[in-house]
Design a protein around this ligand. Structure first.
Ligand SMILES: [Zn+2]
Length: 276
């Protein structure tokens, strides 16, 4: 991750943390969930409106007397919470004038529009980082995680407690777990038969540098039959091991996987452990 982006990430995360602290002070306890409505009040957001937004998750509207966030009522509540928190991230982004960090980033690309796209991706990632800190504050999340133990079992419970999505929780575990682990998400591909499971994303331990090339499974496409397919089909969780590129070596790591969601939207989340 370029130095500028790293600085911007810690600045926006720090600001999100201040907002969490103010909220904790006001309510007098630090028990989850942490909901966007609490932060909205502290951040000059007049209201959060639920509407049918089609394909859009949420929009942020600026008025002379404050902000309004519109969020897609067709999405589930966990997703609505994240979308809202992400829009609050945009407010923090402009308050902190982080644009200057993004402007100086160099992108190696031959696509004439690539630089603009890469910048807007960088901004979206920063707002996601703020959203994660707002909804899954590191100090509280870590306490609950160590209480449950780092396992795919814990993901669903944490998602319920923090009113967050399975994906956001899995990602957050990799970021803040004291025991280093990698979180992975697999989806069926192609949509017709025979259907393998393809890696959608993979996030290595720690928050920085978030270079995804440092930790990757050696094979990102898994053909049936496999333990991952078993996790996809059953409701139970499955233990296996898999080869990973970790920095510049290849290691076999123990892994736990579990299927979530229904029908076409079903997917598998895995956690792989570096020190087990
Ligand atoms: Zn955004």
């Amino acid at each position: 991750m370029p130095v500028n982006l790293e600085q911007a990430t810690s600045l926006i995360t720090e600001r999100a943390r201040q907002l969490v602290n103010r909220s904790v002070e006001q309510r007098g306890h630090e028990n989850p969930p942490f909901l966007p409505e609490e932060f909205a009040r502290l951040q000059g957001i007049k209201k959060i409106v639920k509407e049918d937004l089609g394909e859009t998750s949420a929009v942020l509207l600026r008025f002379h007397d404050g902000y309004v966030i519109k969020v897609n009522q067709n999405h589930n509540l966990a997703r609505q919470n994240f979308s809202c928190a992400h829009e609050i991230g945009h407010i923090l982004f402009s308050e902190l004038k982080l644009e200057r960090y993004i402007r100086n980033i160099e992108y190696r690309t031959f696509d004439p529009d690539g630089e603009r796209k890469a910048r807007s991706r960088a901004i979206e990632r920063l707002c996601d980082a703020a959203a994660a800190e707002l909804l899954l504050p590191e100090f509280v999340f870590r306490k609950y995680l160590s209480g449950f133990g780092v396992s795919v079992y814990a993901i669903e419970r944490l998602a319920n407690i923090f009113r967050s999505s399975i994906r956001a929780v899995a990602w957050r575990i990799a970021e803040v777990s004291e025991e280093p682990c990698i979180a992975l998400l697999w989806q069926l591909w192609p949509r017709n038969k025979p259907r393998g499971l393809r890696l959608t994303w993979c996030i290595g331990p720690g928050k920085r540098p978030r270079s995804k090339d440092n930790y990757m499974p050696l094979h990102t496409y898994v053909r049936p039959p496999s333990t991952l397919h078993k996790a996809y089909q059953d409701s139970s969780f499955v233990k296996s091991s898999r080869l990973f590129k970790c920095d510049n070596t290849v290691k076999r790591l123990p892994m736990e996987s579990k299927g979530f969601g229904y029908g076409e939207k079903r997917y598998v989340v895995s956690l792989a452990f570096l020190d087990r």
